[in-house]
Design a protein around this ligand. Structure first.
Ligand code: KG4
Ligand code: ZN
Length: 340
């Protein structure tokens, strides 16, 4: 079964074709980063318009790269939420319309299920059950995965998502958008130990997160430095970036350790944009290795938004549930544990 996947939930147009027999056949990704950079964040209306411009040429490109024609495609999967409604509607209406025209089913996919299953595209895919740490721009969740579609949310952020915290801290530091990669890069030249940020919610029981306090702590640290040194120098920026990144990474790891002890999973999957973070990957691997837990993550390009994860999740959904009806509907908010 060959599924064409379409991802347009935010600022990336991702298109891919996944074959249940031969795996990923082709994928293309167009990032709108340059378009939004001057605004310091994603402008939803600009995002929707750019998806409209790019989606058809990218679908043509991926079909050409895979050497396939429309008769070869069995279904079209598109991201139906959560995300920016205007952006989602571009992928949903194009996906549904092409599917109708080609006489094949269209499958609405949950964006976070896409992220969750992205490591399954790799050669060393994890076996289920596993614990998943989903860390993106909109979500920070610990999820028990007991099978396809069998997801239990064990903990989540009560306020900002980890990626959102990275983006906001980067903005305060004048490091630009997207903030995660910018902070990670600055942190490479940062001095460990010059600043120490708190590890939020560590003293409290449970598996929830809270990152909004770190943002305030970051702002106060910047203000103190400006008061003492004048405008932030590059080294100070790097040192704050290091301390901030380490605090987020440590907090995520401590909660993963707690979840593993509580829920007794032997495998941990990390996915979503923040899972591209090298410090998080390396430290998680070391900590989990010490607990006898294997860590799995997608290749870096499949950590952030992409069409491959949507094609894969769509293929699994179609095999499990069959096709949906003809209505075009998207959801800005959509809890992962409310999938049918
Ligand atoms: O999964 P994603 O592409 O989109 C959402 O579903 O939200 O995640 C984007 C988020 C952004 O907040 C971005 O700053 C963060 O992932 N991110 C990173 C890194 N690369 C992307 N955060 C930390 N370190 C990175 N290397
Ligand atoms: Zn995403």
């Amino acid at each position: 079964m060959k599924v064409l996947g379409i991802e347009t939930s935010c600022d990336e147009t991702g298109i891919a074709i996944y074959d249940s027999k031969d795996g990923l056949l082709a994928h293309v990704l167009y990032s709108q980063i340059e378009l939004h950079q001057e605004y310091g964040g994603v402008v939803p209306e600009l995002a929707s318009r750019d998806h409209v411009r790019k989606i058809i040429p990218l679908i043509r490109q991926v079909m050409d790269e895979a050497g396939l024609s429309k008769e070869d495609i069995d279904a079209i999967a598109y991201t139906a939420g959560p995300g920016l409604v205007g952006a989602l509607l571009v992928g949903a209406s194009v996906g549904k319309s092409i599917a109708y025209g080609w006489g094949i089913p269209a499958i609405p996919v949950h964006h976070m299920e896409g992220h969750l299953l992205a490591p399954m595209l790799e050669d060393n895919a994890p076996e289920m059950p596993f614990l998943a740490l989903l860390v993106s721009g909109g979500h920070t969740q610990l999820i028990g995965v007991d099978g396809y579609g069998e997801y239990t949310i064990l903990g989540e952020s009560l306020d900002d998502a980890a990626g959102e915290a990275f983006d906001k801290a980067a903005k305060m530091l004048g490091l630009g958008y997207p903030g995660g990669p910018a902070i990670a890069k600055a942190a490479e030249s940062g001095t460990a130990g010059r600043f120490t940020f708190p590890r939020p919610m560590i003293g409290k029981p449970g598996l929830n997160f809270s990152f909004s306090g770190l943002k305030t702590y970051c702002l106060n640290t910047i203000e103190d430095c400006v008061e003492q040194e004048g405008p932030l120098g590059e080294q100070t920026q790097n040192d704050i970036a290091f301390a901030f990144q380490e605090a987020v990474v440590d907090t995520l790891i401590m909660k993963c350790k707690r979840a593993i002890k509580q829920a007794k999973y032997r495998r941990l999957v990390i996915a979503g944009g923040v899972s591209a973070n090298t410090m998080l990957r390396e430290r998680l691997k070391t900590t989990m290795g010490g607990m006898g837990v294997e860590v799995y993550y997608p290749r870096v390009e499949f950590c952030t938004d992409n069409g491959a994860m949507i094609a894969f999740a769509g293929c699994k959904r179609l095999q499990a549930d069959g096709a949906s009806d003809q209505r075009i509907s998207v959801k800005a908010r959509w809890p992962l544990d409310q999938l049918s």
